[in-house]
Every structure is written in structure tokens, then in C-alpha cells.
Ligand binder design. Structure first.
Ligand code: BMP
Length: 473
């Protein structure tokens, strides 16, 4: 392919601000001095045509495949143009699985073992392509090639190669900045900054189609953009426990004595500070000491659900001053984004970690599939504060940097009198993808809570090992 055409496209992309230089953060939470927003090209038919013609010459006309599939959403119009030019049928991947009808994630007609060429705009870690490939694979389709506009050269090509996908790209970040430098669109200083950045910043390595549920905790640390999630993965991997004790007792001595006994077996304690009868400030001091001594985190299960302003006060003020001692808190998405904005420091409080409620364990709760999906997409805008989701099912989210916190667990399936539904460790960890498992009365109401905590810890860890070793049957 002649350099002139490439230069022409590079300059056009720069002129429409599809390529920008400054301080940005990518979808995967990596800071970058260069940002690409190719979504804007839909407003420029000539640039769309040029891009798809060039991709056609590079990766389509001489390739053998049965279908094309664009990674949603930016690449979809380009994939459409290529499908028409190549006279090859397209497939469409739904980003959100339908909650009604056929529940298909891939739309279009195809046969098992048909081959598929992936079309994508930009790759950083390769994770978006891998998510699409995973869905195609689940439907029996085979993918070995991807045609992309720009490779950011941060490990995506290598991650895809590991998963059997060969990438052909129009640009790499280096070729693009060289062209822009040659045409005096960017300064030498920017070129040096971008090159240094490329040498220093790599996306995490992705193995085995980055299935969250088969990656071990220690490998998920680098995917996490929230500090508390990183800490929690680390604690679980080091202490070999994914048990979170829900210390729902009403006297401070009861809680502290219990933690003295079980602290070494848990990765986190979950509190309901407002059920304590004899709350005093020194309780949280002692709680913190125990957390430091035994290396566990503190989650206050406050389940905030008000407007942002009120929540920021509830978090930082009042009797409990939760923000001063809790590592993380639980939050409902019900009031909308303002609640996360408030906790994200806009009102003088910097939240460390948030578990957003995407599902509940209780019978007849009103959460719907749509509510759950919108909760997960709301969280993606606040990657720095979101530790994970309180949820019950593994398909709730894919990002391996986030943590699935699952309550409603006892050694036997059962119910309480007020609608709580209990599932077994096997069910929640192996089948349903729980990463951190909340056990309350299963331990607190036992004759010997310490012995019972060890029994839960062992059972839950065994299930986790079974899950990551891939023996899912
Ligand atoms: P228990 O194991 O005793 O049922 O306690 C479960 C704990 O988890 C309680 O503190 C409850 O508030 C909390 N919880 C829950 O049971 N289901 C949910 O969906 C969310 C929760 O936070």
C-alpha cells in the first residue's frame, strides 16, 4: 500500500479530531498522551470511504472468510461498507444480551464452523475484540483474523496472537505520529512523549479469552482500576481466602471478639454500622486495628440510595463518619449517576471503593435485567471508584478488574423467614462466578463461629480452585 494514501488518511483523521494529543484515560483505565475517537468519522463520508477502501486492500480482498463482524459500536459502519464491497455477509454482535425473545448475542444467518473476519477501529489491550470473539465462539463460529485501523502498540496485538487471532492494521501509533510529525501537525516534544509512553505503558496480558471467572485473583490485579479492588485481589491471593464475614451483631464487643477469632480466615468484614446498640468512636479504632493486624478490608454495607448531595453527607458526616474508616461501601444505582458523582469526591469526600448493587439475593426483589445492565454501564464511567458489583450471576459483568460480591450463602440451600435465599458455595462460586462471598448468620449464629468460619473458608476456596482450573462440569 502506498504511503501517500496512508498519509492522506492520517492527515484527514487529524483534521477532524479523530486523533488528539493531551492527557486522557482509556476505557481500560490507562493514562495516555494520545487519544483516538474514530466515532466522529460517521460525519465524514469521504473519510469513511477512504478508510474502508484501505482496509479492503489491506485485509479483506485477499482473505478467505465467510462473514465479517464489526466490534460494537464504532467499527459497525466500516464493517457494513466492507461487507458490501466484499459481497460477504455481515454478523452483528449485541453488546447487551436481549432480555426477551431469542436471547441471541450474534445476529445474522450462519452455520457452525463458519469463519469470521473481525473489524475494529483501535486496539489497546485487545479486550474488546476478545469479547466479540468469545461470543462468536460460543455460537460455533471460528475467528482467526482481525482488520483494524490503529494498533496502539501496547500489547493488544500480542494478546490477540495468544488467542489465535492475527491482526492487520492500517496504522500503528508510531507510524501515525511519524506521519503527523513529517507534516508538522505535532511537535517533536509530543513525539518524544508518545514514544516514551509507548515504551513504558503496556496493557495487561490477556490469556484464555480473558474470562474473568477462570483468571486467578493475582492475575486480575493489573486489570483493576480501583485501588480497593487491587488490595482485595491481593489479600485473597495471599491469604488464600475469599470469605467476607457479614458481622451483623448488635454489640461492639460481640463483633470485636468474633473478629479476633476469625480475622485470619477472612479477606473482608462487612458491617451494618447502624444496627449497633453501643456504638462509640473507639469501636472503629479497634476495628481498624484488627483489620491491620489480620490484613482484611472493611466494607460498610450502607446501601446508599439517595440523591448525590444527601449521600455525600451521609458518607462523611453524622454519628458514624463512614468515610473515615470504611475501605468501601455499598451503593444502589437507583437514584442515577449523581450518587457516584457525589462519592467520587465532588463534595469534599473521596470514596475509596464502591460495590454497586446490580442484583439482590432476596425473594421478589424488583431488580430487572435492564436495571442490572444499566447499573453496569453506569459503573463504567466511574472506573476509579468502582470495586465491583453486589450480584448473583456471572454474566452480570465481564471486566476481570472488577469483583463480584455475592451474599445469600450457606452450606446448604435454604431460606430464612423474611425472603433471604441461600445458595451453596459450589453454586455461587463455580456456577455463578462469585469472587468474594458474604456469609453472615451461617457463621455468626453457629455454635462455634471460628470452626464454622474455617469450614466456609475451606469450602469456598476449594470451589474457587475448581473454577480457575477450568473444571466447570
Ligand atoms: P446472612 O448470610 O446472615 O443472610 O447475611 C447476608 C448479609 O448480606 C446481610 O448483611 C445482608 O444485608 C447482605 N445482603 C444480602 O443478604 N443480599 C443482598 O442482595 C445484598 C446484601 O448486602
Amino acid at each position: 500500500m502506498g504511503l501517500d494514501k496512508l498519509e492522506d488518511l492520517a492527515l484527514k483523521l487529524f483534521s477532524i479530531d479523530a486523533v488528539k494529543f493531551g492527557d486522557f484515560t482509556t476505557k481500560t483505565g490507562i493514562k495516555t498522551p494520545a487519544y483516538f475517537d474514530l466515532r466522529v468519522i460517521v460525519s465524514y463520508p469521504d473519510i469513511m470511504e477512504l478508510t474502508s477502501n484501505m482496509l479492503y486492500d489491506l485485509a479483506v480482498k485477499d482473505s478467505q472468510f465467510d462473514h465479517l463482524c464489526g466490534v460494537p459500536y464504532t467499527a459497525l459502519p466500516i464493517a457494513t461498507l466492507l461487507s458490501i464491497q466484499a459481497k460477504k455477509p455481515m454478523l452483528m454482535r449485541r453488546k447487551e444480551t436481549k432480555s426477551y425473545g431469542t436471547k441471541k448475542s450474534i445476529e445474522g444467518h450462519f452455520k457452525k464452523d463458519d469463519t469470521c473476519l473481525i473489524i475494529e477501529d483501535v486496539i489497546t489491550s485487545g479486550s474488546s475484540i476478545l469479547e466479540t470473539v468469545k461470543d462468536l465462539k460460543n455460537e460455533g463460529l471460528v475467528t482467526t483474523e482481525a482488520a483494524i485501523i490503529l494498533d496502539r502498540e501496547q500489547g493488544g496485538r500480542e494478546n490477540l496472537a495468544k488467542n489465535g487471532i492475527h491482526v492487520k492494521s492500517l496504522f500503528t501509533m508510531r507510524t501515525l505520529i511519524e506521519i503527523l510529525k513529517k507534516h508538522k501537525k505535532i511537535t517533536d516534544e509530543i513525539v518524544v512523549t508518545v514514544k516514551n509512553y509507548l515504551n513504558e505503558t503496556k496493557a495487561p496480558v490477556i490469556e484464555k479469552l480473558m474470562e474473568r471467572v477462570i483468571l486467578p485473583y493475582e492475575k486480575r490485579i493489573d486489570f483493576a482500576t480501583n485501588l480497593v479492588a487491587r488490595q482485595l485481589f491481593n489479600i485473597m491471593a495471599t491469604k488464600k481466602t475469599n470469605l467476607c464475614l457479614s458481622a451483623d451483631l448488635t454489640m461492639t464487643t460481640g463483633i470485636l471478639d468474633l473478629l479476633e477469632k476469625v480475622g485470619e480466615h477472612i479477606c473482608m468484614v462487612k458491617t451494618h454500622i447502624d444496627i449497633i446498640d453501643d456504638f462509640r468512636d473507639d469501636f472503629v479504632v479497634r476495628l481498624k486495628q484488627l483489620a491491620d493486624r489480620f490484613n482484611f478490608l472493611i466494607l460498610e454495607d450502607r446501601k446508599y440510595a439517595d440523591i448525590g448531595h444527601t449521600v455525600s453527607l451521609q458518607y462523611s458526616k453524622g454519628l458514624y463518619k463512614i468515610g473515615e474508616w470504611a475501605d468501601c461501601v455499598t451503593v444502589h444505582s437507583l437514584p442515577g449517576e449523581g450518587i457516584l458523582k457525589a462519592l467520587n469526591g465532588s463534595m469534599n469526600c473521596i470514596t475509596k471503593g464502591v460495590f454497586l448493587l446490580a442484583e439482590m439475593s432476596s425473594e421478589g426483589n424488583l431488580i430487572t435485567q435492564q436495571y442490572k445492565q444499566e447499573t453496569v454501564s453506569m459503573a463504567s464511567k466511574y472506573a476509579n471508584i468502582i470495586t465491583g458489583f453486589v450480584c448473583q450471576n456471572k454474566d452480570t459483568f465481564q471486566n476481570p478488574g472488577l469483583i463480584q460480591l455475592t451474599p445469600g450463602v450457606q452450606l446448604e440451600c435454604s431460606k430464612d423467614d423474611l425472603g433471604q435465599i441461600y445458595k451453596t458455595p459450589e453454586k455461587v462460586v463455580v456456577e455463578n462466578g462469585a469472587d468474594v462471598i458474604v456469609v453472615g448468620r451461617g457463621i455468626t449464629a453457629a455454635k462455634n463461629p471460628e470452626v464454622q468460619a474455617v469450614a466456609y473458608k475451606d469450602a469456598l476456596w476449594k470451589c474457587y480452585i475448581k473454577r480457575i482450573s477450568g473444571k466447570l462440569e
